[in-house]
Design a protein around this ligand. Structure first.
Ligand code: SAM
Length: 195
């Protein structure tokens, strides 16, 4: 369980299971090829909903969801996660409240073997995290995988951690992990629990 992605999945799955219902709303803030989207679609249950964001084409993710038979649980939006709040208002019927979101996952950086110009950026990531903390339900979990090794990734990681450190401890529990016994600059995982 040393990969940051596996660790994030393990924590989100365990956390949702501990909440004890079988219908959740979750957000995949960085859909990419859809691995986290499929994972969340499995977690939310038959009547749950996953809303996914990415700035690039998500046909691979769509194909993966269809193959997994989970497409009906997911709404994919090709737009930046910094539009999170506005997008949720658009997705929800005008007479309904914003959904209670029990899990939000960010996997920052760029798609491996993809277009590196389509990487997440400090400013938009920061805006999306602020909105995520607001929209996250009480009892919800937020995970962020940061990649300090790539260009701009160090600055983005620092900004994410600085944001997390300032969260009021009466409202949020914040945990930061990274693998210590590997060469190079490993990904880091931030986990935020909203009380
Ligand atoms: C590391 S990849 C995500 C991998 C993905 N979770 C998966 O399972 O394949 C990061 C993704 O963030 C996307 N991205 C970049 N800027 C974004 C933004 N402002 N809003 C949403 N997604 C963004 C990239 O296009 C890329 O697909």
């Amino acid at each position: 369980m040393t990969k940051a992605t596996q660790h994030a999945h393990f924590l989100v799955q365990a956390h949702l299971a501990s909440l004890g219902t079988n219908s959740y709303v979750a957000i995949d803030a960085t859909v990419g090829n859809g691995f986290d989207t499929v994972f969340l679609a499995q977690c939310v249950g038959e009547t749950g909903l996953v809303i996914g964001f990415d700035v690039q084409d998500m046909s691979s993710a769509t194909q993966y969801l269809v193959q997994a038979g989970l497409h009906h649980r997911v709404r994919l939006l090709q737009r930046g996660h910094e539009t999170l709040l506005q997008s949720l208002k658009e997705v929800c019927p005008p007479d309904q409240m914003l959904p209670h979101v029990q899990a939000i996952m960010f996997n920052l950086g760029y798609l491996p073997h993809g277009d590196k110009s389509l990487t997440t950026r400090t400013e938009t990531t920061y805006a999306a995290l602020q909105q995520s903390a607001q929209i996250l339900a009480s009892g919800g979990i937020l995970t962020v995988i940061c990649y300090p090794a790539h260009d701009g990734g160090g600055e983005e990681t620092e900004a994410v951690l600085a944001w997390a450190k300032k969260m009021p401890s009466s409202e949020y529990g914040v945990i930061h992990t990274k693998v210590l016994n590997k060469h190079g600059v490993p990904p880091e995982l931030l986990v935020v629990y909203k009380y």
